[in-house]
Structures are given as structure tokens and as C-alpha cells.
Ligand binder design. Structure first.
Ligand SMILES: [Zn+2]
Length: 134
């Protein structure tokens, strides 16, 4: 609600940029899961819309070079990490970047979703911090 409506006493966010909408979906799903007793704090790092992660793996995320990141993975992406690791790179959820080419949804550093790899509770903290800062 802080993301969509803003603080009651503060200014309102537009709620229309893709990163904000993605954060709203991730937080809504996590809240629904928590109400059902599932307090898994991590969602899939390849695409947060895949849902909760089951394990973490080092994943090569760039076609050039050897850039790897430790990512939380959903069951489907975990299978791919073993069987077809190149597919993961193509499956990464990207969002429109400030200077065109699309970027992975948890980049750039400092963006709302850049903390998602640290867990959903960290995203909640980030939302509260940004709401206080406005
Ligand atoms: Zn996944």
C-alpha cells in the first residue's frame, strides 16, 4: 500500500513504473503466502514472478565473459541450472532501463528491487525507507 498509495501523510508514488508494479506483485504474493504460513523469504532470482525459491546456485548471467551471481532459484530454474544453464540467462526478467537496453529487474544498484536478492523482508525495509524519504 505504501508503494501504490503512498503514506497517508506523505506524497503519493505514481505506482506505474514497471519496477514498482513488480515490487507490488512480489510483496502481495509474499503477504498471501505468509498468511498461509509460508514464510519463505526468497523468491526466484531469475524472475520473481516464478514464486518462492527452493535453493541457491551460482548462475552465469552474462553472454559475454564469465559474470556469475548467486541467485535464489524456483524449482523450474533450479532444474535448468543443472540441465540447461544457458536457458536461465534468456529467462531472466528484464525491465526497461533508464537508457534503453532492458536490464535485469534487480539492477541497477540502488533501485527498489536491487535488494530482492537479500530477501523479501529486505524489500519491505527498502519500501518503508523510500516512503519515509519522500
Ligand atoms: Zn525461476
Amino acid at each position: 500500500m505504501l508503494l501504490v498509495d503512498g503514506d497517508v501523510d506523505g506524497p503519493r508514488f505514481s505506482g506505474t513504473d514497471p519496477a514498482t508494479l513488480l515490487a507490488v506483485i512480489v510483496l502481495a504474493r509474499a503477504a498471501r503466502d505468509a498468511l498461509q504460513g509460508d514464510t519463505n523469504n526468497r523468491c526466484c532470482g531469475v524472475n520473481p514472478l516464478h514464486g518462492p525459491s527452493v535453493d541457491r546456485r551460482h548462475v552465469r548471467i552474462s553472454a559475454e565473459g564469465n559474470r556469475r551471481r548467486m541467485l535464489s532459484l524456483c524449482p523450474l530454474c533450479l532444474d535448468s541450472a543443472v540441465a540447461a544453464p544457458r536457458e536461465l540467462r534468456e529467462r531472466m526478467l528484464t525491465l526497461p532501463g533508464p537508457a534503453s537496453p532492458r536490464v535485469p529487474c534487480d539492477e541497477p544498484e540502488g533501485s527498489l528491487l536491487s535488494v530482492l536478492g537479500d530477501g523479501i523482508s529486505r524489500l519491505v525495509d527498502r519500501v518503508r525507507e523510500s516512503a519515509r524519504a519522500h
